[in-house]
Design a protein around this ligand. Structure first.
Ligand SMILES: Cc1ncc(COP(=O)(O)O)c(C=O)c1O
Length: 426
């Protein structure tokens, strides 16, 4: 049976970005009989015992509570489970001095869904046929943005400016405000902060500037806060979550230990929330209420925020230190390698300037020495222009053990040396 597909069917049945590479990685891991691989490709968070225990405890509490039937055996409101919405409102008002009401919050089945709703409600063709763009102000960014729109031509990403500290072998991406343009043809703006894959954190000023550029055109600015404080608090540098009339603050509980339950949270102006809520009703009615009920308890008690800052953040921050220290001690000093500043998230991002082979070929060579990373070119959704940099980066996951990361980085350093040397000799 080979059903005919519509334009949308064709578009949505393709694997985009990193999902396509994951297929190769899974096949490599399965086929590699006898060969041990150090897998530095994973995006799945580590199961930390304290975090697992937290969710187990709140599940036990839910199971023995009188709410259980109401939570699991009945449909609920599309906007979300009321105690969770109330807990978010209370927590954010207290923490950030806001004046949110329940109408400013929407719960979705994971935050990926939220971006799908927003990308298609605000981006794409208007009723009068004009194309509204979904702007990614700083590329590279989350690979999943490549698959969120039903209208691929709507997605448009901007090349960043680069701050390079050559002697230290470090760099940082910045939004290039000399290029970034937001007009009446913009449908929405979207970026992750902290960023997957680079670990970048846009500064408060940069975020305010982007929001101010979008405000005159009533353009929603979605700040993907999947790694931001207060939970999972995977920021290693100071950052303030920012709110405002046209800002939609989007959170995920996935990196706070609940990826299996699919919980996304949007906070913003009531009119934006209502549009997205209707989209959600049409698409899936509502998110799982079991996950929402345990999340309500963890947020209300303050335990989730505590565990995020005291357990989740230090765990990954220490892993970044291992990557950084091992690269500093084993990478050739005279080659142009640059590690992105580790400001957050669960990845390190390495740029190999003038790499003589593509990132894909480099990934294949690393596989030969038993190390798996993710080639960087999958993280430039919407960036159509040619740019050699797109083929010169790799993403390194911080989810492996310390010894695995150390060995992986030492082997990587050797491969880097050989690749540049071979090119110099040929
Ligand atoms: C930056 C970013 N945004 C969104 C998501 C999707 O998360 P969720 O599980 O909430 O759908 C991820 C997942 O890795 C991510 O890294």
């Amino acid at each position: 049976m080979n059903p005919a597909l519509t334009q949308f069917g064709d578009q949505m049945s393709r694997l985009t970005g990193v999902r396509a590479i994951m297929k190769d990685i899974i096949e490599t891991l399965q086929a590699g009989s006898g060969q041990e691989f150090i897998n530095l490709s994973a995006g799945n968070p580590v199961i930390l015992p304290e975090v697992e225990q937290l969710w187990r405890d709140y599940t036990t509490e839910l199971l023995s509570s009188s709410d259980y039937g109401e939570v699991v055996c009945r449909y609920g409101s599309s906007q979300g489970y009321q105690p969770l919405i109330d807990a978010v409102v209370k927590d954010f008002n207290r923490r950030y001095g806001l004046k949110l009401t329940a109408r400013n919050v929407l719960i979705t089945p994971g935050s990926q869904t939220l971006y799908f709703f927003a990308a298609n409600a605000f981006g794409g063709y208007t009723t009068s046929g004009e194309l509204k763009q979904i702007i990614l102000p700083l590329s590279p960014d989350y690979t999943g943005y490549g698959g969120i729109t039903l209208v691929p031509e709507a997605l448009f990403a901007y090349k960043p400016a680069l701050d390079i500290d050559a002697p230290a072998h470090r760099f940082k991406y910045r939004p290039d405000f000399s290029q970034l343009t937001i007009t009446e043809n913009t449908g929405c703006v979207l970026f992750s902060r902290p960023c997957n894959p680079t670990g970048n954190v846009l500064t408060d000023d940069e975020v305010r500037k982007i929001a101010a550029l979008a405000a005159p055109y009533n353009v929603p600015v979605l700040i993907d806060s999947a790694y931001a404080p207060p939970f999972p608090a995977l920021n290693f540098t100071e950052m303030t979550p920012l709110f405002g009339d046209n800002i939609l603050h989007c959170m995920s509980l996935s990196k706070a230990g609940l990826p299996g339950e699919r919980i996304g949270i949007a906070i913003g102006d009531e009119r934006m929330i209502q549009v997205l809520e209707c989209f959600q009703t049409n698409m899936c009615i509502h998110s799982s209420r079991y996950g929402q009920a345990i999340a309500a308890r963890a947020i209300e008690s303050g335990t989730l925020a505590d565990i995020a800052t005291n357990v989740i953040r230090p765990y990954y921050q220490k892993k970044f230190d291992v990557v950084e220290n091992t690269l500093d001690s084993s990478m050739p000093k005279d080659l142009p390698w640059f590690l992105h500043r580790g400001e957050g998230a669960i990845f390190a991002w390495l740029w190999l300037e003038d790499l003589p082979i593509t990132d894909w070929e480099f990934y294949q060579q690393l596989k030969q020495v038993g190390v798996i990373v993710v080639p960087g070119s999958s993280f430039f959704p919407g960036l159509r222009e040619e740019w050699a940099h797109k083929q010169q980066c790799i993403r390194i996951s911080l989810t492996a053990t310390d010894p695995e990361i150390e060995t992986g980085m030492q082997r990587l350093a050797k491969v880097v040396e050989q690749v540049y040397l071979k090119a110099a000799l040929s």
